[in-house]
Design a protein around this ligand. Sequence first.
Ligand code: BEZ
Length: 250
Amino acid sequence: MPEAQDWSAERYVRDAGFVATLGAGAVEWLAPKAGERILDLGCGDGALTADIAAAGATVVAVDASADMVEAAKARGLDAHRVDGEHLAFGPEFDAVFSNAALHWMTGADAVAAGVFRALKPGGRFVAEFGGFANCAAIVTALFAAAQDRRLPAELAKPWYFPTEAAYADVLSRAGFTVERTLRFPRPTPVPAGMRAWLEVFRAPFFDACGADREAVLDKVVALLEPSLCDEAGNWTADYVRLRVAATKPA
Ligand code: BEZ
């Protein structure tokens, strides 16, 4: 079961708007066509979903966060609150797409099985998310803070960042034919700064620090500064992407 995290769609758009902008390469792999029925798994605020719909596809958008679903609905999208590890769709989609969401779903086999069930025979699954070594510096700094505070490791790193081989195995176990996998570093500018990134993406960790919340945030930011902040004060997150394309046999 993925960790429950309260998302503020407004804050997400303000401080993490790059997530959708940088997902365009995955949409290229999807190559949505007019008339197709496509499921967007982990749609966030629906920015990329809207791009896919603009290609003429009918898109059903799902996300585990109520706030994100409301934001997607505000764009006029058909959005629903759904847990990605318990997808209950039958074989009704020509394609399933997912950007920057699967690393939040640690039950990867359950997710892949649900995606497989949701696809028509011959349907395709295109996803991009954090791959092995994603956010390595950030994770290490969070682990250091977790050790200091005697907090559980899962609170520091609730994410799933597999290698290409490990995720190809997940897809194969679900019944997919793996067409393409690509793992690549994608250093990602964070204009709002690392403190904002940590507050948006790892709020439960800092909330668990109680009255010391701000001091622990200061410490993690200070640990990261030598590696992720340049001389001009610009922050870059050490993202590594895993992009995959797979098909359900016809
Ligand atoms: C990512 O897109 O890689 C990511 C975003 C938030 C937390 C962890 C990873």
